[in-house]
Design a protein around this ligand. Structure first.
Ligand code: ADP
Ligand code: MG
Length: 257
């Protein structure tokens, strides 16, 4: 599904990612965890094709295609989706028209959906995620609370049905009830073949969505990888656990350094 090899990335002339390797198979849930400033959002922006980030080395293959040759829209059409850490407010563009445009754009080869049918579909998903249908006609994200903005991101994921959904700190700024609702929605809308890349600072979201694999990103490198138990360790001991382990070859843990 996704294969990243030796990915090196610069922003404004400064190298932020120093050689990332990551493979995600269909249906797998992976978590990238790391302290603030470690390069998590940089990685997700590069996957989606943000023009500010320059790939200086390495390869990314997504569903058999060279991702780095594709424009962001083509990546979306191929089934990649990014839920932003900081969703933008777009005054004057209603939630329904924004989502319908995105929906029609990723299904370019099919006939555009009628507004009537789109609204019906959207209403179903909004109910599932606990957003009142009155939000439909409001300007996108304008005046929405932090939790409502994150719900809109997941609503978009529910409508677009991506093959790989990248959730960049969807948990940050959410209270426990909103986090629970969002995670339950993600589980409910997921198809078995859909892969998820959860990017997070705190292990809490992993209480609700169990990852197959956890990667720890620090200073632009993946320094540790393991199954779900690694998230437990980080929950108990914080990132000091990783700092202490680095250099100590411990059994059962792959330490990449
Ligand atoms: P994280 O998401 O893990 O908190 P980021 O990927 O946002 O980390 O940032 C990693 C590093 O890259 C930080 O030092 C940050 O200041 C820098 N950086 C990220 N994006 C930009 C940008 N657009 N311009 C300049 N520096 C950036
Ligand atoms: Mg970030």
């Amino acid at each position: 599904m996704l294969s990243v090899k030796n990915l090196q990335v610069q922003v404004e002339g400064k190298e932020i990612l120093h050689g990332i390797d990551l493979q995600i198979k269909p249906g797998e849930v992976h978590a990238i965890m790391g302290p603030n400033g470690s390069g998590k959002s940089t990685f997700s922006n590069v996957l989606m094709g943000h023009s500010k980030y320059k790939v200086t080395n390495g390869e990314i293959e997504f569903r058999g295609q060279n991702l780095l040759e594709l424009e962001p829209e083509e990546r979306a059409r191929l089934g990649m989706f990014l839920a932003f850490q900081y969703p933008k407010e777009i005054p004057g563009v209603s939630l329904v028209s924004f989502l319908r445009a995105a929906y029609n754009a990723v299904r370019k080869d099919k006939d555009p959906i009628s507004l009537y049918h789109f609204k019906k579909l959207l209403e179903e998903k909004m109910e599932l995620i606990g957003l009142s249908s009155t939000f439909m006609s409001r300007s996108l994200n304008e005046g929405f609370s932090g939790g409502e903005k994150k719900k809109v991101e997941i609503l978009q994921m529910a409508m677009l049905e991506p093959r790989l959904a990248i959730l960049d700190e969807t948990d940050s700024g959410l209270d426990i009830d909103a986090l629970k609702t969002i995670c339950e929605t993600v589980q409910a809308i997921r198809s078995p073949k859909q892969s998820i890349l959860l990017i997070t600072h705190y292990p809490r979201i992993l209480d609700y969505i169990t990852p197959d694999k956890v990667h720890v990103l620090m200073n632009g490198k993946i320094v540790m990888e393991d199954g779900e138990r690694l998230a437990r360790k980080l929950e108990e001991q914080g990132y000091d656990y990783v700092r202490e382990k680095m250099g100590i070859k411990s059994l059962g843990l792959k330490i990449v350094n």
